[in-house]
Write a protein that binds this ligand. Structure first.
Ligand SMILES: CC(C)(COP(=O)(O)OP(=O)(O)OC[C@H]1O[C@@H](n2cnc3c(N)ncnc32)[C@H](O)[C@@H]1OP(=O)(O)O)[C@@H](O)C(=O)NCCC(=O)NCCS
Length: 178
């Protein structure tokens, strides 16, 4: 199935849908959180609401059209409130890497695990064979979330290049799809 047609995806009370201009303020604010700055390694060093709106009209739209990048909002399925961000990047015919972060007030509620489970549904719809992820070995919340969603570790931590371009030591994860 084509990426655009495979969205949105819901799991329990969480929805994954494309990042939209109405998310701009909450997204920009979320990126200022210390844990997001430390662990998420986002492509840009800083995000303003205007930057996010521009991204929605450019990279986000292009990625959905060409099927290689899904910049998604994790939203409350009932009222569509922005809870965080989940990105599938480097999407090929077989695999994609997943990255995610939550706004601080959405943490500790199981939202990340549900969002990753929705990402697995999306991966299935796209006909992927695997999803991969990388995280700082010190990022306990991320590691537990990945394992809760069914990811398994691959090898030992080693240096890799993050979406920001930074060289970071990461534990790699993989989840096999049907
Ligand atoms: C990683 C992140 C998305 C997890 O979200 P969350 O709401 O805390 O996740 P959940 O509530 O689903 O909790 C997942 C697990 O982590 C545990 N956990 C959450 N915060 C924790 C913390 N600070 N320290 C240790 N464990 C933690 C929870 O107890 C739960 O474990 P369990 O299922 O074994 O009980 C969130 O902390 C975040 O946005 N962090 C900053 C960005 C980031 O690190 N992104 C991942 C980059 S790879």
């Amino acid at each position: 199935m084509r990426l655009r047609n495979a969205l949105p995806v819901a799991h329990a009370d969480v929805l994954l849908r494309p990042l939209a201009e109405r998310d701009a303020v909450a997204y920009a604010e979320g990126t200022t959180d210390d844990a997001v700055r430390r662990f998420a390694h986002l492509p840009l060093p800083e995000y303003t609401a205007e930057t996010v709106r521009t991204l929605v009209r450019t990279d986000v739209r292009a990625g959905l059209e060409n099927g290689t990048l899904a910049v998604l909002t994790i939203a409350d399925a009932v009222d569509d409130i922005f809870l965080g961000s989940l990105v599938l990047f480097d999407i090929t015919a077989h695999t994609a890497e997943v990255g995610f972060w939550l706004s601080p007030n959405a943490r500790g509620l199981g939202v990340a695990t549900k969002a990753l489970t929705a990402a697995v549904v999306l991966g299935d719809r796209l006909g992927l064979h695997t999803l991969t992820a990388r995280t700082d070995p010190a990022n306990t919340a991320s590691r537990r979330t990945l394992v809760a969603a069914g990811f398994e570790t691959v090898g030992a931590p080693h240096e890799s290049t993050a979406p920001s371009g930074a060289h970071v030591r990461t534990q790699h994860y993989r989840l096999r799809l049907n």
